[in-house]
Design a protein around this ligand. Structure first.
Ligand code: ASP
Ligand code: MG
Length: 472
């Protein structure tokens, strides 16, 4: 039994859905899987937009977007489903969902206020639409399939917008409802990302939460694998748009994958890792456009996988653009304690997350997302601490690999590879499996190219690397 999660682009068009269904069909030859779907690509963003418009009482705007959502899914089923009877039955379901969405818009418009609770209601529609169409298409093709409403399985706390599951209830539901169906050879299709409180209020797990759903169900089912199907060839040595020689990496440890996710690799939601780690269930990151490519296996036990040992230092290079450096300089800092605490309290109060820091006796430099801080925050820093300056348009680059932990001379290799690049900040992660630095955005390509050459050239042929399918 496997848990198979398909992301938004893997179910974003009729063709993508057909492809995903054929991937599910292959798995069914082994055993019936649990299929967890995202909303079709772009739909959750649209729903967020609709929610905001409704909250501002921009009724026309919200209704126009809701119509687009309705028509998109009706179009999808039109392309996918052949039988007129099934088409009609499914159109009723899609229209019923779209009608509910419109009623919600009207409700929020009348109340004149968008609460977190109603925002989650809006956001839940995307996955309800995508799974409804998908399950019907599977049914038409003769699969033994059952659609389940995740809100009857994934019972969460009431932290709307970022709800977390109540373990005992969820595990009991998974074992009591999903497992017997799978054991009877029925494929189960359900929604990622959404859940409900004990008293039946719809919740979401936070943007990108479908991966977490898949990994939680996998952990509760204690399954043999979790497959995350996306539109990239697993985890790569770096972004192939920056370096054409980028390779997909066959195997990574959980800590490497988690680190990469935090550092900007767009492959996995970091929280995905935790439930799988606990039960030591391997997570496969696969490309639904190239289902035969091997993808990446994330496991804490890579030694078990023969032919995939790796003695190289760096596994992957992650880049996060759109950052800025905030430099805080203060004479008050010298020899004092409690300074950092005060400084971070200010960032916490404004809800701004700090990515990288580096300090000296009189100054602290930190990076934050360039979109994410306010003039008020800077004003408060100036008032409390002294001189503050900001450098925009920088990117963090991190090299990650478990083998960095024990190795000498890594910094030397990094810095000689980057001798022509202006390094604005440097920081070595406490986990010791990453070294990070900051460069101006125009220098990202040169920096990553040079690092990739330094750490990967000559290694491309090793068993742990795979040329991405579809690349020349
Ligand atoms: N559809 C949700 C989102 O776009 C959840 C997900 O795709 O994981 O954030
Ligand atoms: Mg996603």
């Amino acid at each position: 039994m496997a848990v198979m999660k398909f992301g938004g682009t893997s179910v974003g068009t009729a063709k993508a859905m057909q492809q995903a269904i054929s991937i599910v069909a292959r798995e069914e030859q082994q055993a019936a899987p649990l299929v967890v779907l995202s909303a079709c690509s772009g739909i959750t963003n649209k729903l967020v937009h609709i929610a905001d418009a409704a909250g501002r009482s921009a009724l026309q705007e919200a209704m126009a977007l809701a119509k687009e959502v309705r028509l998109f899914h009706l179009g999808l089923l039109d392309e996918l489903i052949e039988s007129a009877a099934l088409k009609e039955e499914l159109a009723l379901k899609i229209n019923a969902l779209a009608d509910r969405l419109e009623r919600l818009i009207e409700g929020v418009d009348i109340v004149g206020e968008l609460t977190e609770r109603s925002r989650d209601m809006f956001c839940s529609f995307g996955e309800l639409f995508s799974t409804t169409v998908f399950a019907a298409a599977m049914q038409e093709l003769g699969h033994k399939v059952e659609w389940l409403d995740a809100r009857t399985l994934m019972i969460t706390d009431d932290n709307f917008g970022f709800a977390r599951p109540l373990q005992d209830e969820c595990e009991a539901n998974t074992l009591g409802i999903i497992r017997p169906l799978l054991e009877a050879g029925t494929t189960v299709v359900t929604q990622g990302y959404i859940g409900s409180t004990k008293d039946g209020r719809t919740t979401t797990l936070g943007r990108g939460g479908s991966d977490l759903t898949a990994s939680l169900f996998g952990a509760w089912l204690c399954d043999n694998s979790i497959q995350i199907w996306t539109d990239v060839d697993g985890v790569m040595t770096c972004d192939p748009r920056l370096v054409p020689e980028a390779r997909s990496i066959r195997v990574m440890t959980f800590s490497e994958a988690a680190e990469l996710a935090y550092l900007g690799a767009k492959v996995l939601h970091p929280d995905t890792i935790a439930p799988a780690v606990e039960k030591n269930i391997p997570v496969y990151v696969l490309n639904s456009l190239h289902p035969d490519a091997k993808g990446t296996i994330i496991t804490n036990d890579p030694e078990r996988l023969s032919g995939m040992s790796y003695d190289g230092l760096v596994k992957s290079i992650a880049v996060k653009k759109g950052q800025c450096i905030i430099n805080v300089r203060s004479n008050r800092m010298m020899g004092r304690h409690g300074f950092m605490n005060e400084l971070f309290t200010v960032f916490a109060r404004y809800g701004v997350s700090v990515e990288m820091i580096s300090t000296s006796e009189v100054s602290v430099s930190l990076t934050v997302d360039d979109q994410n801080y306010s003039a008020e925050l800077i004003g408060e820093l100036e008032k409390s601490f002294g001189e503050v300056d900001i450098e925009h348009h920088v990117a963090t680059i991190s090299v990650v690999g478990d083998n960095l932990r024990m190795s000498k001379g890594v910094a030397g290799r990094i810095f000689s590879a980057l001798k022509d690049v202006n390094l604005r900040m440097i920081s070595q992660g406490a986990s010791e499996i990453n070294v990070g630095f900051v460069v101006g955005e125009p220098e990202v390509v040169t920096a990553v190219k040079n690092l990739h050459r330094e750490f990967f050239s000559g290694r491309e042929g090793e068993g742990i690397f795979e040329k991405p399918a579809g690349s020349k």
